[in-house]
Design a binder for this molecule. Structure first.
Ligand code: ADP
Ligand code: MG
Length: 435
């Protein structure tokens, strides 16, 4: 038994049999690619990948550490079927580049008004690399498909026989440091300056890192000079990334700069439907519409929700109906707001109701203070992971029963009074968008 299998066996003792059979059983350990500080597991589909990353990755990391005494990075990824069937030489070649996610393809990238310009730009350079626009610079918020799009070009070109390198700025930097330490800089330069296509993700992290900017500049010049395609992404326009050398900033704008905006409702719906189709999850139109409306923009969240819905329904043997979806989404909202503190919530509620935050936490019994306190408690319970005793302590209440009393009262009000419900929804929305 190899170390990967041993760790999975250990995990088996810590989780239920159903969980094990449903998910962990399907993992395979890559004994060839894994090293003493990096364990690679393959899962059969994206949902299982997501689910295992969220639920078990920490446990797996811990188990490796216990077993080997090393800090081990655990990677859960999809098996690249094409790569498996390539000849040995090509596989060796591939190992020098980062793994592309084989499921990031143009075919499953849904195009709408929000992303059609970026899509067209990346598509055209993947058909004529190094010729039309160089570099292509895609920018936009988190989870809007930048990495997906750039890797779609990478996958297409790699399958056409090109040597494609994908790296985040962080990986590029780590690689650089490693080669400096090992005195193998020629190998580093060989790797990055001799590829056909270079994909560098999250360029904003170059900001204020002079050494690596210098190295990247020379890489850029070498590739551009040789007519090799470069695709870059960032969370903002090159002009807005501070701490960048002027010569880099201007080069980023040499080719084509395209933005990705948050998806419109129809695009969101199309994305959800596509993800359901790929992952064989059946959802009614009503549920698809509900998810699309509730999730504002980040597509990654949509995937998180689908994998949760799927996993929960399998574990609990229930159909995915609207009620069930709403419950799962509630959990997701809490996770999204992990940084949201009771203090922030109290401050926003206080401001909205025109009283002082300290009054909410005081023992004041006047009507509007009691009201503000109840609303704050309710929202803290909904949007944070705080327990009843924590809430009681924070709001200076006697104990957790006082809190549950308050929450019951608010729930009753919400049920009876439509105006109140709208008011609470608005407040929660306002607070959610602050985190
Ligand atoms: P970013 O790099 O912009 O943060 P990602 O490319 O990682 O975002 O996208 C997050 C997730 O959302 C990915 O799983 C991706 O497949 C999915 N996604 C984003 N936009 C789309 C789209 N237009 N069509 C299909 N999937 C999308
Ligand atoms: Mg990304």
């Amino acid at each position: 038994m190899n170390i990967g299998q041993e760790v999975l066996e250990e995990l088996k003792n810590e989780i239920t049999e159903v969980e094990y059979n449903r998910y962990i059983k399907h993992l395979t350990y890559d004994i060839k690619k894994s090293t003493s500080d990096h364990a690679i597991f393959y899962a059969p589909n994206a949902l299982v990948v997501n689910w295992i990353k969220n639920k078990y990755k920490e446990k797996l990391t811990h188990l490796f550490e216990v077993k080997t005494g090393n800090k081990v990075t655990v990677t859960i990824t999809l098996k690249n079927i094409k790569e498996r069937t390539k000849t040995k030489k090509v596989v060796e070649n591939k190992q020098t580049s980062s793994l592309l996610n084989p499921s990031y393809l143009f075919d499953n990238f849904m195009v709408g008004g929000s992303n059609q310009f970026a899509y067209a730009a990346v598509k055209s350079v993947s058909e004529k690399p190094g010729i039309v626009y160089n570099p292509v610079f895609i920018y936009g918020g988190v989870g809007l498909g930048k990495t997906h799009l750039m890797q779609a070009a990478g996958n297409l070109l790699q399958n056409a026989g090109k040597v494609v390198i994908y790296a985040t700025v962080e990986q590029f930097l780590n690689d650089f440091i490693r080669h400096v330490k090992n005195k193998t800089m020629e190998r580093f330069q060989e790797k990055y300056r001799k590829c056909d296509v270079l994909l560098i993700d999250d360029i904003q992290f170059l900001s204020n890192k002079e050494g690596i900017q210098e190295e990247f500049f020379h890489t850029f010049e070498a590739l551009k000079g040789a007519g090799k395609q470069i695709i870059l992404t960032a969370d903002k326009h090159p002009k807005k990334i501070g701490g960048l050398e002027a010569r880099l900033q201007s080069r980023f704008e040499w080719g084509l700069v395209a933005d990705i905006q948050p998806p419109e409702l129809e695009t969101k719906i199309a994305i959800i439907k596509k993800k359901c189709e790929i992952n064989k999850v059946k959802l009614s139109d009503e549920i698809v519409n509900y998810i699309a409306t509730v999730i504002e923009s980040n597509v990654r969240e949509i995937e998180g929700i689908l994998s949760k819905l799927h996993a929960y329904s399998q574990l609990m043997h229930v159909e995915i109906d609207l009620e069930f979806t709403k419950n799962v989404l509630k959990d997701q909202l809490k996770e999204n707001h992990q940084n949201l503190t009771m203090e922030t919530i109290t401050n926003i509620v206080a401001k909205d109701l025109n009283i002082k935050p300290s009054e909410i936490k005081s023992k004041g019994r006047s009507k509007n203070i009691v009201y503000a306190r109840r609303v704050s408690i309710y929202i803290c319970r909904e949007l944070t992971q705080s327990t009843m005793p924590q809430l009681a302590q924070y709001f200076g209440m006697k104990d957790h029963t006082a809190i549950s009393h308050t929450i019951k009262k608010i729930n009753n009000l919400i049920e009876k009074d439509e105006d109140f419900k709208v008011k609470i929804d608005e407040l929660m929305h306002k607070i959610s968008s602050c985190s």
